[in-house]
Design a protein around this ligand. Structure first.
Ligand SMILES: Nc1ncnc2c1ncn2[C@@H]1O[C@H](COP(=O)(O)OP(=O)(O)OP(=O)(O)O)[C@@H](O)[C@H]1O
Ligand SMILES: [Mg+2]
Length: 220
């Protein structure tokens, strides 16, 4: 039988061990995960990528969530069965982190990152079938939730992402399909955008993980 070692990741000629096997469990080591994430970030996003000390708390939460460390997640008030709603100011690195973190768990089912604007453009072009397309058993991360335009197909307006979130919530209840998202909006703004029915379901669908309000814009 081959040993399953998802905590050992090879990038080019470098081997990263994110932890150790103990019994039939992987004991992940946070500092080793950070070393890997820093290196992988540079490979994905270029040499200027680096992990920021200020983001350590966020990284700790996300790492524990992705590796499904139940004890730490309980302490952090994170439910490993829900998805992640990563919020924070413009440019703080939400999209980047959601693209990066999935690489620490190559053995888990991947999620597709989809800009919400693209979903609306698809809707405007094709109509309600687009909403159905996201109500399937894949995992998604809806990027930049709340800033997409309203959908309009054959003269009919539609709050496309609101509808998509309702379908994802149904799926979550029936079969635990995961949905993640990134957003600049706070809870109140999300409610204004999608209404309280969607907002209430979002609480069930997502763990809220928030960057600090004053997080720097990494674009400048
Ligand atoms: N850790 C990092 N090190 C260096 N550059 C980074 C880092 N994180 C993000 N960046 C850069 O900063 C810019 C903004 O990052 P990103 O798009 O992830 O932010 P965001 O929070 O999703 O922004 P928005 O709210 O506009 O969607 C990008 O150009 C990205 O390459
Ligand atoms: Mg973004």
């Amino acid at each position: 039988m081959t040993k399953i070692t998802p905590h050992i990741i090879i990038e080019g000629s470098v081997k990263y061990e994110l932890g150790k096997i103990q019994g039939n469990q992987i004991m992940y080591d946070f500092d080793k995960m950070l070393i890997y994430l820093n290196a992988k970030g540079k490979l994905l996003f270029g040499q200027k990528f680096k992990l920021y000390d200020d983001d350590r708390d966020i990284l700790f939460k996300l790492c524990n969530y992705f590796i499904k460390d139940e004890a730490n997640c309980r302490k952090l008030d994170i439910d490993i069965y829900k998805g992640i709603l990563l919020t924070g100011p413009v440019g703080c690195g939400k999209t980047t982190l959601m693209k990066l973190l999935r690489h620490i768990v190559p053995h888990q089912r991947p999620y597709k990152m989809i800009p919400t604007r693209n979903i609306v453009f698809g809707f405007n072009h094709i109509g309600y079938k687009v909403i159905e397309d996201y109500g399937n058993d894949q995992f998604f991360c809806f990027d930049d939730l709340g800033v997409e335009p309203l959908g309009r197909h054959y003269g009919k307006d539609c709050n496309v992402m609101g509808e998509v979130l309702l379908s994802r919530h149904d799926l979550f209840l029936n079969s635990k399909e995961k949905t993640h998202a990134t957003t600049n909006l706070n809870a109140q703004e999300l409610e204004e955008r999608y209404g309280n029915r969607v907002r209430s379901r979002m609480r069930e669908l997502f763990n809220l993980v928030a960057f600090a309000k004053g997080s720097v814009d990494k674009r400048v």
